[in-house]
Design a protein around this ligand. Structure first.
Ligand code: ZN
Length: 134
């Protein structure tokens, strides 16, 4: 893994949270993107070298909606940049981690992504992401 790519924060209302985080960081988000397959609306903030992703559910049964129902708003996942997501998935499976997406899928922000089950990572949802070069 190369570095933390971003930290994902689950929010109930993206518009309200965009305002809160804009005040916090002293600048607005640089993009919003809906990921239909995940039932989620996202916005991204650049903070120095780091990125923060806010996630709002667009459907009652999306993973973000379930997360907020169970745990409330807050840090949802940590995403790590990887160079070769397929190799990394194979490596982590070999190490005994539970990979939720054996075949990486298209995520927000032009990335191929795969998640590890928090059960195998001390309760932390881990996202692997590889930039799509096209
Ligand atoms: Zn993410």
């Amino acid at each position: 893994m190369n570095k933390i790519e971003h930290i994902g924060i689950a929010v109930k209302n993206l518009k309200e949270s965009n305002e809160i985080f804009s005040k916090l960081f002293g600048k607005p988000h640089y993009k919003t993107e809906e990921v239909e397959s995940e039932g989620v609306n996202t916005s991204f903030f650049q903070v120095g070298e780091n990125k923060i992703e806010l996630l709002e559910a667009t459907k009652a049964h999306s993973p973000i909606a379930k997360f907020i129902e169970k745990k409330g708003e807050g840090i949802h996942h940590i995403a790590f940049d990887v160079t070769d997501i397929k190799a990394e998935i194979a490596r982590l499976k070999g190490e005994g981690f539970i990979v939720l997406n054996e075949i990486p899928k298209k995520g927000a922000d032009n990335k191929l992504v795969a998640f590890l089950h928090p059960k195998s990572t001390n309760g932390v949802l881990i996202e692997l992401c590889q930039e799509i070069n096209e």
